[in-house]
Design a protein around this ligand. Structure first.
Ligand SMILES: [Zn+2]
Length: 132
């Protein structure tokens, strides 16, 4: 584990502990994921500029039976509805260092201030995205 990874992980744990919020507080059998896409590199937000957009990968292609994830091949609207539900959950727990993404175009940006602003590609409101 590199230094950046250590800092990033440590920071996240500390904030979660301070707020008394951990993934284990989620009701069992309900939401296993709080977003539909992931990035391949944990340090993406550190090298991205505020106006940079990065390609993301759909989680349901690597975790086909993940709870809360739409089926592979779901329509754009189905995918977006599922992502919107998960984003509202994520928004309610105020995760530090989050950015935004479009689950339909598979792009993400580090600026949480863009939450619910139109996606630059498809115009759907951008959803909250975690990088780790
Ligand atoms: Zn989009």
């Amino acid at each position: 584990m590199g230094l950046l990874s250590f800092l990033f992980g440590g920071c996240g744990k500390q904030s979660a502990a301070a707020k008394g919020v951990t993934p284990q507080t989620m009701p069992p059998g309900e939401l296993s994921y709080s977003q539909l896409d992931i990035t391949e590199r944990f340090d993406d937000p550190l090298r991205l500029k505020p106006d940079d957009w990065i390609q993301t990968a759909a989680l349901n292609e690597s975790v086909p039976d993940g709870k809360g994830l739409p089926p592979v091949g779901a329509s754009a609207d189905e995918v977006y509805r599922a992502a919107d539900r998960l984003s509202r959950f994520r928004e309610s727990i105020a995760v530090p260092n989050d950015g935004v993404y479009c689950p339909v175009c598979h792009i993400a940006n580090t600026q949480l201030a863009r939450l619910r602003a139109p996606c630059p590609k498809c115009g759907r409101p951008l959803l909250q995205f975690g990088w780790d």
